[in-house]
Write a new protein. Sequence first.
Length: 226
Amino acid sequence: DDIVFCKVKKIEGTTVFLELEDNFPGTMVLSEVAAGRIRNLRQYVSPNKMVVCKILRLEKDHAELSLRRVTAKEREETLDNYKKERALRNMLKIIEENEEKIILKIKEEYSVSQFIEEAKTNQKIIEKFLSKENSKKLFEIISEKEGKEKRVEKRFSLKSLSEHGVTDIKEILNLQGAEIHYLGGSAFSISMKGKEFKQANSNLEKAIKEIEQKAKAKKALFEIKK
């Protein structure tokens, strides 16, 4: 039942061949890819795609995996841990440490997410794995990254055919906390900031919904650009 991050290697017949993080091979039958009939297999698995799977059974030479049994929460937590591990590797490279060796040691006691969370406020945690000098450097890097606000942005078009069009658009775009720029030709960009990307994105979605509702009330044309 362990949740693991895998890379799809190939698909042969009704079997998907994967590779776990430690290069251990895994296999998955098509019935474990998704529930029901699969119309487009590549939507779920394709060579070189990274996927979050659950281990069903562990054999001597491979793991039997499932994609469909992974919950949204499990997938989100695993992806978050993967991103944080990648970030930690980059931080360790900056201070010229053997990142692979250090991360393996950390994983014996903590998950990477737990380690980073505790290391934000407690340098002593880092000193269990690094020298005092390098612990201080890593603590400063983690603290600096934590202090930076995350920013997300989207583009949209907004057009009014009313005789009071300019006034209407100004009222529609009068939002608190949002940074909005006119790009020309009815095109705009909107961005929001937050301590975490998830928070910033949630704030952005709320702002966009408010613009959409105001535009509808003013009978203005609103469209999100991809």
